[in-house]
Design a protein around this ligand. Structure first.
Ligand code: GLC
Length: 530
């Protein structure tokens, strides 16, 4: 890592804006100066602009461009500096020259620089030196907690670590880590679990908070909402933003004419909460946390069998694309409910983790019961869905032809018969999925494969991470290590912490957002292993 933690990350004021932990304000560069906008749930930044066209000039009127932008400060040629005095307050400090900018109503503002001025935020008196020292101390303290990584991964890990800090916002009375201040300004269910996986290394209490934020918003029927945001929760289709309905109508059922379901449908995310709770507990044992989480995890687990298994065959289905977390996966081209093999794989693992938690809480009989369920569920998955060569994906109860990375997820259970586990590992290492940058979310040779389109081909770090764990659990340590190395190299060389990557080029896919929380979190966690 850089010897000066405040300079460990270069902000480009585009993909990496100047922003702060806890602040909704983003400072980015525009064609005519800097722009300040607010990150809000489901709102375009263009609609939340606070000021724009911020330019500094010297006494002769010559522009003073930005000289450097780091987590702690934006410095201009000539010595003026832009700083966060607190999450709601941006100050400009310096002497000589002046600053000018425009407000959203088009009116201009200007000031002669002479000390420490509030640029945006409530009026107040600030000391430039104190604000600067506090910003540097904050960032030094955050970077001091970054897990150690090897030198070639240090720059990307520092950017990831910065991302995790600035994506923290006050949500529902806690500090929640949002997936991105560009476009995903709320706390999403499985994102929060992946975020917790990284935060456990630095701040286990903050990691537990990500999980509790969801468990404390559990619905009366036991399900966990898809999103918790500043105005409430997204827990069924009536909570969806209007634009989402239109987007879903375009592709759900596009291959066979099946229509999106009518009426409200519950919306959640894949069941991985017990997995995350146990990981955090292993890093920082906390029995009261386990005791608080356990009954909620049990109810969340039961919900899938009680409310999300329409044909009652003991193998739950996703009732909405968003519940799978794989919004536009070709699995959904075949109808509004689907059962790719990942869901029941997660449920098997959840039962095993509930067993671990029950054991830790001194309830060995419950633990034994969960293990029996995990074994029976894994057997059912194999008996009903293994066709001799692959696990089938069903849509509305019928097998569909698409081949996705989810087909390999039964490895995650660690409970497959050896021959089946070996066949899956073999498939993963075949040209269908293996390349310089595995794992494409849709097989390279599937007709639906599109390297740029979200869940229709690009590489996502959560899928790779879960498969790495599954390979280890199933006895394929070498392939797990190979996949880990290739995943780390892709991020290291790709230029940013994107939402997803084009597997053919290793670059950001066109519509992928940047500063993405789980990419940052899982990269750090994988890199921290050495
Ligand atoms: C997208 C992803 C989903 C994720 C959400 C927030 O909708 O498809 O899996 O949870 O963004 O990052």
């Amino acid at each position: 890592m850089s010897p000066d933690p405040n300079r460990a990350v270069e902000l480009d004021l585009d993909e990496r804006p100047f922003t702060e932990r806890g602040s909704r304000l983003l400072v980015t560069a525009g064609p005519d100066g800097l722009r300040v906008a607010r990150a809000e749930y489901e709102t375009r930044l263009a609609d939340t602009v606070e000021l724009t066209g911020l330019v500094l000039r010297d006494a002769a009127g010559h522009p003073l461009p930005v000289r450097s932008a780091t987590p702690a400060a934006v410095e201009f040629v000539g010595g003026a500096t832009l700083l966060f005095a607190d999450p709601a307050t941006l100050v400009l400090t310096g002497h000589g020259g002046h600053a000018s900018w425009r407000l959203p109503d088009g009116t201009g503002r200007a000031l002669a620089l002479d000390g420490c001025h509030v640029l945006h935020g409530p009026p107040g008196e600030w000391s430039a030196a104190a604000v600067r020292a506090a910003a540097e101390a904050r960032w030094a303290a955050w970077f001091a907690r970054m897990p150690a990584v090897r030198p070639d991964l240090a720059p990307a890990a520092a950017t990831a670590w910065w991302t995790l800090a600035v994506n923290l916002l006050p949500v529902a009375g806690r500090e929640g880590l949002v997936p991105s201040k560009y476009g995903y300004v709320g706390v999403w269910n499985w994102d929060a679990l992946f975020h917790a996986v990284a935060l456990r290394h630095a701040d286990p209490a903050l990691a537990r908070d990500q999980i509790l934020l969801f468990l404390n918003h559990q619905l009366p029927d036991g399900r966990l909402p898809d999103v918790v945001h500043e105005h409430g929760v997204l827990a069924d289709t009536t909570d969806l933003p209007r634009a989402d309905h239109a987007r879903l109508a375009e592709h759900v059922g596009s291959a066979n004419g099946a229509r999106p379901a009518a009426g409200p449908v519950p919306v959640t995310k894949p069941p991985l909460a017990a997995w995350a709770v146990w990981k955090v507990h292993l890093t920082d044992p906390d029995l009261p946390f386990l005791a608080a989480a356990y009954p909620r995890l049990v109810r969340a687990h039961r919900w899938w069998f009680a409310a999300s298994d329409p044909d009652g065959d003991g193998l739950p289905e996703y009732l909405h694309p968003y519940s799978s977390g794989l919004d536009d996966s070709p699995v959904w081209d075949y109808g509004p409910r689907a059962e790719p093999p990942d869901l029941n794989s997660y449920l098997v693992l959840e039962a095993d983790r509930l067993a671990d938690i029950a054991d830790a809480l001194g309830r060995p009989e419950e633990a034994a019961d969960w293990r029996t369920r995990a074994a029976a569920h894994a057997e059912l998955l194999v008996a009903r869905r293994w066709d001799g060569t692959r696990f089938t994906t069903l849509a509305a109860g019928a097998p569909v032809p698409v081949r996705t990375a989810l087909d390999l997820m039964p490895l995650f259970t660690g409970r497959l018969p050896a021959g089946i586990a070996a066949a899956l590992e073999n498939t993963l290492r075949s040209p269908a999925y293996w390349g310089e940058r595995p794992v494409p979310t849709v097989a390279f040779d599937d007709p639906a494969f599109d390297p740029e389109a979200m869940w229709r081909g690009p590489v996502w770090l959560n899928v790779n991470y879960l498969l790495i764990e599954g390979l280890r659990r199933s006895g394929f340590a070498d392939t797990a290590e190979d996949l880990r190395e290739r995943t780390l190299a892709m991020v290291r060389d790709g230029g940013g912490l994107y939402e997803y990557w084009n597997p053919l080029t290793g670059t950001r896919a066109r519509r992928a957002t940047s500063g993405f929380g789980w990419s940052a979190a899982l990269f750090v966690d994988l890199a921290a292993e050495g």
